[in-house]
Ligand binder design. Structure first.
Ligand SMILES: O=C(O)[C@@H](CO)OP(=O)(O)O
Ligand SMILES: [Mg+2]
Length: 423
């Protein structure tokens, strides 16, 4: 028997990939220590948990340092002595401690919850993915590579946030990463030749930013040309994170796209054409984050995966609303959207029970901490999006490759439900 009792919890402000402050939490137990960095989105959903953060409009001046102080002054005294392997109890305690009048901060809660998970793994001497997934852990996720960026995450003119290539023909993470890397280099040559050197500047997640390209169809054409040039015709599908809330006008209920003002019906017709013309298998956030009815309609009409990110914000309650109406077919899974590991796992379970796929996701603000890769495997999600280049992204791939090696012949690759992403 090891002793996983929590002895101390500390927190400090650190920097993420954008040189912006975020939180690092350490949970010490008698038998082992866990540490976790909290990521942070830029194109966040309105219904996400709210961080305490410097410069945040809603909590200006209170900041990440306040979140760190909350961890040490308010959370630590309440959790010391608790068993770090009793994750649900710890998370319930965190929820109970939170005070809407004087919030602990979503970042404080997520940091403590994740560091506790890590401490539990360390105290029981297991890799994090196995601690989360148990003895049957074996599913490695199929990565979605965001090769061309737009929207809030890049400086260019593309309205969609991510134009992803999905190596559906790969049979391991190692092969998927190698194939995607070849397409990434080839695409780099194409955009440099046609849109100039500056097009090689990358967005928040390492995807290109072709200067002057303002139509998602052009981005898909470029990706398809690179895929073909590499001889991978048919081995890749395409996908997008539209992040449509960012070009939606709630006053008029319309979408500003490609120089036009589109009604919801017109936008749905645009997606139908897109899916008919391109090998698109997955669309994330195609409509405004509050339009459950529109999602239900789109889900009926399109035979591709529809992923809810800002729509669900990893919240079991919002996902329940989606399930009841038949809105979307997949949950984008981001722990810090909802707060605790327990709430996020509850959302993943609810998704799976109702035939929804789960796609584990990074945030645009990240550190090289790799709990994300471990959790993707531990959940058996079968899908991950974690950007392309930049160290905080490639570290996730490095960790997935390491886990794939560790699991050896026991590993399987890609979505557990057959047909989820068939091109
Ligand atoms: O919309 C998204 O899916 C993400 C990450 O790719 O953006 P952010 O982390 O900025 O919310
Ligand atoms: Mg998104």
């Amino acid at each position: 028997m090891t002793d996983a009792s929590i002895e101390a919890i500390t927190a400090r402000e650190i920097l993420d990939n954008r040189l912006e402050p975020t939180l690092r939490v350490t949970v010490e137990t008698v038998a082992g220590t866990g540490r976790a960095d909290v990521p942070r989105g830029r194109s966040r959903g309105d219904h996400e948990a709210i961080d305490l953060r410097d410069g945040d409009d809603r909590y200006r001046g209170r900041g990440v340092r306040q979140a760190a102080a909350n961890v040490e002054d308010r959370i630590a005294p309440a959790l010391v002595g608790h068993d770090a392997t009793a994750q649900r109890t710890v998370d319930a305690r965190l929820d109970a401690l939170d005070d809407p009048e004087d919030p602990l901060g979503g970042n404080a809660i997520t940091g403590v919850s994740l560091a506790t998970l890590r401490a539990g793994a360390a105290a029981t001497d297991q890799p994090l993915y196995r601690y989360v997934g148990g003895a049957d852990t074996h599913v490695l996720p199929l990565p979605f590579f965001d090769l061309i960026e737009g929207g809030e995450l890049a400086g260019g003119d593309l309205p969609f946030q991510e134009h992803q290539v999905v190596p559906v023909g790969a049979d391991s993470v190692a092969e998927a990463v190698r194939m995607a890397a070849e397409v990434y280099y080839e695409l780099g040559d194409i955009v440099r030749a046609e849109y100039g050197e500056a097009s090689l500047n990358v967005g928040a997640e390492g995807g290109y930013n072709p200067i002057g390209v303002d139509d998602p169809r052009t981005a898909f054409d470029l990706e398809l040309r690179a895929i073909e040039a590499c001889g991978y015709d048919g081995e890749f599908a395409l996908a997008a994170d539209v992040a449509a809330s960012h070009f939606y006008d709630p006053e008029t209920g319309t979408y500003a796209l490609l120089g036009e003002t589109l009604s919801r019906a017109e936008l749905l017709a645009f997606y139908e054409e897109l899916v008919d013309t391109y090998p698109v298998v997955s669309l994330e956030d195609p409509l405004d984050q509050n339009d459950f009815d529109g999602y239900a309609d789109l889900t009926d009409r399109l035979d591709v995966q529809i992923v809810g990110d800002d729509l669900f914000v990893t919240s079991p309650e919002r996902l329940r609303r989606g399930v009841d109406r038949g809105a979307a077919t997949a949950l984008l899974w981001k722990v810090n959207q909802v707060g605790t590991v327990t709430a996020a796992r509850e959302a993943a379970r609810l998704a799976t029970r109702n035939g929804y796929a789960v796609q584990v996701s990074e945030r645009s603000g990240q550190t090289p901490d790799t709990w994300l890769a471990d959790l993707a495997v531990g959940l058996g999600a079968g899908q991950i999006k974690t950007g392309v280049t930049r160290g905080e992204r490639t570290e996730q791939y490095n960790r997935l490759l390491e886990i794939e090696d560790e699991l050896g012949d026991a590993a399987t690759f890609g979505p557990p439900a057959e047909g989820t992403l068939d091109p």
